[in-house]
Write a protein that binds this ligand. Structure first.
Ligand code: CA
Length: 232
């Protein structure tokens, strides 16, 4: 199962940061790291992360302030805050500011791992087995897509169509973000694997492939902006 989830790790303790980075990467996450609040806020605004791990005690701008600013801008990015152990007020402040979950330091990586999974599952309801839209069903294990209904044709072909890894990740990302304009650069960030040539023209090629498989009308081109998945 290949799922590329993109995480932002904000932690100013270099040892902890490096340690978490390696473990998260090993698990298959695409991870960006920063050690200060100003860069963190900017990155969280610019890049559509699937999840942020946010330390509260940060140089330049506190994690709490970063979180508040995101929420004030209606940025609903899922956030797990890292708080000092036994600092209940930090947790309360964090939840008030819009945190989705917290973890008190020090913690075992396994606990963070479980919280990340739980939060991703909560955020993407369908994560873990099958993702569905109005007329498509995408199986994450087999990376196959099934067209559930083709208009009025009740005997529509129910065969599952096999996708390449990139087609699968692209469709998966579209289905998890319906009715949102997704720029080519955002799509690349969520779709690339290590060997992916980060040329945005490639996205056009993959979108063309996908349209042939699932139907042209489901992915609308927004000129100069990106694409919109409309099968809702
Ligand atoms: Ca810190």
């Amino acid at each position: 199962m290949i799922i590329t989830m993109r995480l932002l790790l904000v932690e100013d303790d270099p040892e902890l940061s490096q340690n978490l980075f390696q473990k998260l990467q090993k698990e298959g996450f695409a991870v960006d790291v920063t050690d200060n609040g100003i860069d963190a806020e900017f990155m969280g605004d610019e890049i559509l992360y699937d999840l942020v791990i946010l330390d509260l005690g940060l140089p330049q701008r506190s994690g709490l302030e970063v979180l508040k600013n995101w929420r004030n801008k209606n940025n609903a990015i899922p956030v797990i805050i890292l708080t000092a152990r036994d600092a209940w007020h930090e947790r309360v402040d964090g939840f008030k500011a819009g945190a989705d979950d917290y973890l008190g330091k020090p913690f075992h990586y396994e606990e963070l791992q479980l919280r990340i999974r739980a939060l991703l599952r909560r955020h993407h309801k369908n994560l873990g087995d099958t993702i569905t839209s109005k007329s498509l069903s995408l199986d994450e294990e087999t990376q196959r897509v099934t067209i559930i209904s083709k208009g009025d044709d009740m005997n529509a072909d129910q065969d599952a169509i096999e996708l390449t890894g990139t087609e699968f990740r692209l469709l998966r990302y579209f289905m998890l973000n319906p009715n949102k304009i997704l720029s080519k650069s955002r799509l690349i960030e969520h779709v690339y694997d290590q060997n992916f040539d980060k040329d945005s023209n490639l996205i056009e090629v993959y979108v063309r492939h996908l349209r042939k498989i699932i139907g042209k009308e489901k992915i609308v081109t927004k000129r100069g902006q990106g694409y919109l998945f409309t099968d809702v």
